[in-house]
Design a protein around this ligand. Structure first.
Ligand code: PEP
Ligand code: MG
Length: 326
């Protein structure tokens, strides 16, 4: 099996009926870069910048951040990299970052973009490091845990301010700059039209979005299998994102664990995603699924099942489809 996946490395991720799917990897350290070549992925769909902060004993200096981001861009070459601004908080604790109060529900607490907007010096430093590292190159940056469009706007203002600062000091800007929002908080689903007018792309953090939609802690073993991400409710939400993004002409990716499971990845393609990002080891198995897939037939099977849901999950239907079309 491993050998079979290795042989797929240089083959394109195109379905039997000619639909191209962009397969990307999630990464967070320099150590992850060789996985790009090994997996044959199209790019880095999620670079978790908080990892550098989590393994440090104090805030990494701007120069250290810039150095890491530069290495990542060098390693990726022509392949696009989507950096995510600091997603500290929740389960990702920084011992050297003090909080005013102990949080009872840290996953819903002072984390990610919320923390970045409240501690703008932190976010500005990171943004400056990213802009400098990407001088003359393509920079894609997204903000985590955006709950309302206004938070995205405020994040973008910080980026624009740093751009002006760097221009004033004679630095070369990125050749191309794209800003995105992660969709991880259900409230944003009801502000999608406005969001899509402002962003260059969206990326679904399905781990958090699922946790918040089902009110089911992603780390609690007692309920991990209680609800299924292939439930019609969740797939409808994801399908709406893919469809609205396509209408708006904006890119949409999904970068949670879901994307790395071949059956779930198949479902994501069936509801309209054409780009997903996953753990590197999943690229081979997912690419094998993609190359065997007939998207038109899958859509024909999924559309009625999603229009009028009779089962609590589409898992059975998808397994049946995969089996029949194998
Ligand atoms: C997610 O929530 O799906 C995601 C990609 O972000 P993280 O797992 O780092 O919270
Ligand atoms: Mg998340």
């Amino acid at each position: 099996r491993q050998e079979r996946f290795r042989r797929l490395r240089n083959k394109p991720a195109v379905t039997r009926d000619g639909v191209e799917i962009s397969l990307n990897i999630n990464a967070g350290l320099v150590f992850d870069l060789p996985h790009l070549d090994e997996s044959g992925a199209d790019g880095i769909g999620l670079f978790r910048t908080e990892l550098q902060f989590m393994i440090a004993s104090a805030f990494p200096r701007m120069s250290e951040q810039q150095q890491l981001y530069g290495k990542v861009l060098d390693g990726a070459g022509a392949r696009p990299v989507t950096f995510r601004s600091l997603d500290i908080g929740g389960d990702k604790v920084l011992p050297y970052l003090t909080r005013a109060v102990a949080e009872e529900n840290p996953a819903m607490g002072w984390r990610a973009i919320r923390l970045g907007l409240d501690r703008p010096a932190l976010l500005r430093t990171q943004v400056r490091a990213l802009l400098k590292a990407a001088a003359g190159r393509h920079l894609r940056l997204m903000f985590p845990m955006v709950s309302e469009v206004d938070e995205f706007r405020r994040g973008r203002e910080i980026v624009e301010r740093e751009l002006r600062f760097l221009a004033g000091h004679g630095y070369e800007p990125p050749k191309k700059l794209q800003l995105g929002a992660m969709i991880e908080v259900p409230a944003l689903l009801f502000e999608l039209d406005e969001l899509l007018e402002e962003v260059d792309f969206v990326s679904v953090g399905s781990n958090d979005l699922f946790q918040f939609m089902f009110a089911a802690d992603r780390g609690n073993a007692m309920i991990t299998d209680r609800f299924d991400p292939l439930a019609p409710s969740f797939l409808r939400a994801l399908g709406t994102i893919a469809e609205k993004a396509r209408h708006a002409g904006k890119g949409a990716t999904l970068c949670g664990e879901l994307a790395g499971r071949p059956l779930a990845a198949m479902a994501l393609i069936g509801i309209g995603f054409r780009s997903i990002s996953m753990t590197p080891a999943s690229v081979g198995p997912v690419k094998a699924m993609v190359r065997a897939l007939d998207v038109a037939a899958l859509e024909a099977a999924m559309t009625p099942a999603l229009a009028r849901a009779t089962d609590r999950s589409l898992r059975g239907l998808l397994e049946g489809f995969a089996h029949e079309h194998d």
